[in-house]
Design a protein around this ligand. Structure first.
Ligand SMILES: *Cc1c(COP(=O)(O)O)cnc(C)c1O
Length: 395
């Protein structure tokens, strides 16, 4: 084992360090500002519209929705606030259950908690790393009952309000299967496409595959607004409601205004949106570079024992937000992480399963989460910044 891992890390180092000196740390994902960022930011400052109103917000909403294949976008201060609002949008209430994967970034579960609801953690599937449709269906069939208030989890007595589906590392989950199960049980689906801007599921863009989707523009995502998020939907009523909810639920006109419910100040500032508009222009270029990087990595590890590169399915087109490799076990993983981080290649394990964090101990779970657990122990993310293609092009 150790021989092949040493060879794999050496290969990674030689490839990445073509253009980057040995003492420079190589982060997992750093943003690139190569387009109109300065121009739009300056324009924003010159105009004086830096805050909660401005044309860049409208533009970012419109153009990101287009990338998601939807009619409406609502820009927010970050991805988790977009998720929070989206969950409320599909009717999540205090004490409900929202089903979500155990293997995802903690924000997915936190947004559920912000609603006063509880997450019920479900297992992943071994190929896409998304929710396992078969296990989900079995759970709904065997452990839930129909009730006048909706589908109810027998053991806890809680209503199942929604299913949050995540596209892990930008790889689309099995949406057709998941949506058909959800529809059968009349449960709305919130698509956590935080990592999947520009990814496609069977030719259709992620973020627009269910009633409501969510994008993140955090600094480590494919494109960034510094911090930011977006809700994407084709549902006009939903769009209007969520715009209202995320902008302090203000009613009335001019000086004569009121607030008709407890809303949130989740609106993205114009300054961040200006950055986002410039970044969005670069999105096709970034995705092309990331896909080329993925291809190089695939070749690099092709003949290395114990290491396999994680590729998209033939029905998917991934944005390869974070490239990943898989190794046989946790000892191999830790050896790879240790060697590569020693060389200042800032590789990283996948997330801890959320129900294993202190924040979510004793949570509800669907069975033993065996696949998610194994994935968490054997996945490694490797440097995936769009800038890495600069070195790559010289190979
Ligand atoms: C990044 C991310 C989020 C949240 O985004 P923030 O902008 O950091 O709040 C939510 N879900 C997943 C799966 C993410 O990767």
């Amino acid at each position: 084992m150790s021989d092949s891992i040493e060879r794999a890390v050496d290969a990674l180092e030689n490839f990445i360090r073509e253009d980057i000196s040995a003492d420079t740390p190589v982060p997992l994902h750093e943003p690139s500002f190569e387009g109109n960022e300065w121009k739009y930011l300056k324009d924003c400052l010159d105009s004086g519209w830096v805050s909660s109103i401005g044309s860049y917000v409208d533009q970012l909403e419109k153009e990101t929705a287009e990338v998601c294949g939807t009619k409406y976008g609502i820009a927010t201060v970050n991805g988790v606030s977009a998720l929070h609002a989206a969950l409320i949008g599909v009717g999540t209430q205090a004490n409900d259950i929202v089903i979500c994967p155990a293997l995802t970034f903690i924000a997915t579960a936190n947004a559920i908690s912000y609603c006063g609801a509880v997450p019920l953690f479900a297992d992943s599937e071994n190929v896409t790393f998304g929710l396992d449709p078969d296990k989900l269906e079995q759970f709904l069939k065997e452990e839930c009952v129909h009730h006048s208030k909706g589908l109810v989890h027998r053991q806890s007595g809680r209503r199942i309000a929604a299913i949050a589906v995540v596209h892990v590392f930008g790889h689309p989950a099995r949406m057709d299967e998941l949506l058909s199960i959800a529809q059968q049980y009349l449960i709305p689906v919130v698509e956590d496409a935080a990592e999947a801007l520009g990814s496609h599921y069977k030719e259709r863009p992620c973020g627009g595959l269910s009633q409501v989707g969510v994008i993140s523009f955090n600094g480590n995502k494919t494109i960034t607004t510094g911090g930011g998020g977006l809700i994407s939907t084709n549902d006009e009523v939903m769009a209007r409601r969520l715009k209202h909810l995320t902008t302090t639920a203000r009613t009335g006109q001019g000086w004569n205004f009121d607030h008709d419910k407890v809303g949130f100040n989740y609106r993205m500032p114009n300054l961040n949106a200006a950055l986002g508009c410039a970044q969005l222009e670069m999105l096709p270029e970034f995705i092309e570079r990331k896909r080329r990087l993925a291809k190089c990595y695939r070749d690099l590890f092709k003949d290395v024992d114990d290491v396999s590169f994680v590729s998209e399915q033939n029905w998917a087109r991934s944005n390869y937000w974070l490239c990943a490799i898989r190794v046989p076990d946790i000892a191999t993983r830790d050896y790879f992480l240790q060697l590569s981080n020693h060389k200042k290649l800032l590789t990283r394990p996948c997330w801890h399963l959320i129900p294993e964090t202190n924040a979510y101990q004793n949570s509800l779970k669907i069975d033993n989460l065996s696949v998610a657990k194994h994935l968490a122990e054997t996945l490694i993310n490797i440097p995936s910044s769009p800038i890495l293609s600069v070195a790559m092009d010289k190979h």
